[in-house]
Design a binder for this molecule. Structure first.
Ligand code: ZN
Length: 403
């Protein structure tokens, strides 16, 4: 297998504290050797071994590929008018999801794949090399199954989100919809999914309904994730911890009890700065979580209603400015933290043996990603190719995307 050495790295983030300084294991004047699949060597530039090919980083920063652990990439339509109304004072209540359900149901497979691919390419151009993708915009047995087929073509981190909201046709029969999700829908979707998720909040599913869905999903062999505490302290965090979910996402509102439970659990707190930005939400939970020692992940939550964001750089900028995360905390959370939210140990860091997912920046320090918010600072994205690689319809996986 051909090897490549990336030399003259001005600042290398490894996320392994034993390799360098701080939580991000940072090395200056470094080099890294990879083959198509894995990291083979990491160390000082002057000691780098020979390889078949050399990439000159020209004193730029290099980071692990971002692990975007929360997206809703497969959808049709857009909701910019809802965003404008929110910015003018209309509060978010989850109601707009029905708009996206209607447009997604009415869109062909070909068009959905094209639109999903466009967003995937944007994520990847910004340095994302692992992406979780949820269903949730069809809310019928065949429709959810179709969205999962599209997602499964491009990622292994596929999440069944039949319990996103109760669709209009079940508005007067909530129990009937929960039965559908836990019965025929789960039966059709479980073989196509790794994860199950539920939107446990006001306007979506209450704690008991959510527990019913998660229990059925676990019995069907799926691992669990939860959308919780976006709109209030509504019990999603406690339920996620109770069910040993890998991650509870949003965590915008946290009471002391929520904080205590999260910090004593293996459940990662995934913050979604794009959603907080686009709903003008309070951002104070990040520091409370970090100061109590919780594991925090950052993700785009790419969706047409509350976070039409495909840039991890933008996510980092909001995390640093509005959530008051240190840049290194934010970078760690968007890489290693995202991997932990997916219970993965092979991505999100650049130790020997990690997947060769490497991002070369057009900046001398990674902090430029937040400092120069809105700029395209990704020069090159290297995505590991291996037996796990997808050979889906778009052919982008494994390809190098030049920024
Ligand atoms: Zn979401």
């Amino acid at each position: 297998m051909a090897t490549r050495v990336i030399k003259n790295i001005g600042e290398l983030t490894t996320n392994d504290p034993s390799l360098g300084v701080g939580v991000t294991g940072r090395l200056l004047d470094a080099a890294i050797v990879i083959d198509d699949e894995h990291v083979l060597w990491v160390g000082p530039n002057g000691e780098a071994p020979e390889a078949d090919e050399m990439i000159d980083a020209r004193d730029s920063a290099v980071i692990p590929g971002f692990v975007d652990s929360h997206t809703h990439l497969v959808f049709a339509g857009e909701r910019s008018e809802e965003f404008e109304a929110r910015m003018s004072g209309t509060p978010y209540d989850g109601g707009g999801i029905a708009t996206t359900v209607a447009s997604t149901r009415a869109t062909s497979d070909v068009e959905l794949r094209r639109a999903t691919n466009e967003r995937l390419v944007a994520l990847r151009a910004g340095g994302v090399t692992t992406v979780e993708i949820k269903s949730g915009y069809a809310l019928t047995v065949d429709g959810e199954s179709r969205l999962l087929d599209i997602a499964g073509n491009i990622s292994d981190e596929v999440t069944f989100l039949g319990a996103h909201v109760v669709p209009e046709e079940y508005a007067t029969d909530r129990d009937g919809y929960v039965d559908l999700v836990c019965g025929p829908m789960l039966e059709a979707c479980a073989p196509k999914s790794k994860w199950a998720d539920v939107f446990c909040d006001r306007g979506a599913f209450d704690v008991d309904e959510s527990r019913t869905v998660l229990s059925a999903a676990r019995a069907a062999g799926l691992q669990l994730r939860v959308h919780g505490n976006q709109l209030g302290s509504t019990g999603g965090v406690a339920l996620a911890v109770e069910m040993d979910a890998a991650s509870v996402d949003h965590c915008t509102y946290l009471n002391d009890d929520d904080l205590e439970r999260l910090c004593a659990s293996k459940t990662v707190a995934t913050l979604l700065p794009g959603a907080d930005f686009s709903t003008r939400a309070d951002c104070s939970s990040a520091r409370r979580l970090l100061e109590r020692g919780a594991v925090v992940a950052l993700a785009t939550d790419c969706n047409p209603g509350t976070s039409y964001v495909t840039s991890m750089g933008f996510v980092l900028a909001i995390a640093v400015r509005d959530m008051r995360m240190d840049f290194d905390e934010a970078l760690w959370s968007a890489t290693r933290g995202g991997a932990m939210a997916l219970r993965r140990d092979d991505v999100g860091h650049l130790r020997v043996g990690a997947r060769a997912d490497v991002v070369i920046l057009d900046a001398p320090r990674a902090a430029h990603l937040a400092y120069r918010a809105g700029s395209q600072l990704v020069r090159q994205v290297i995505v590991a190719q291996g037996p796990w690689s997808k050979t889906g319809w778009y052919g982008a996986r494994g390809k190098i995307v030049d920024g």
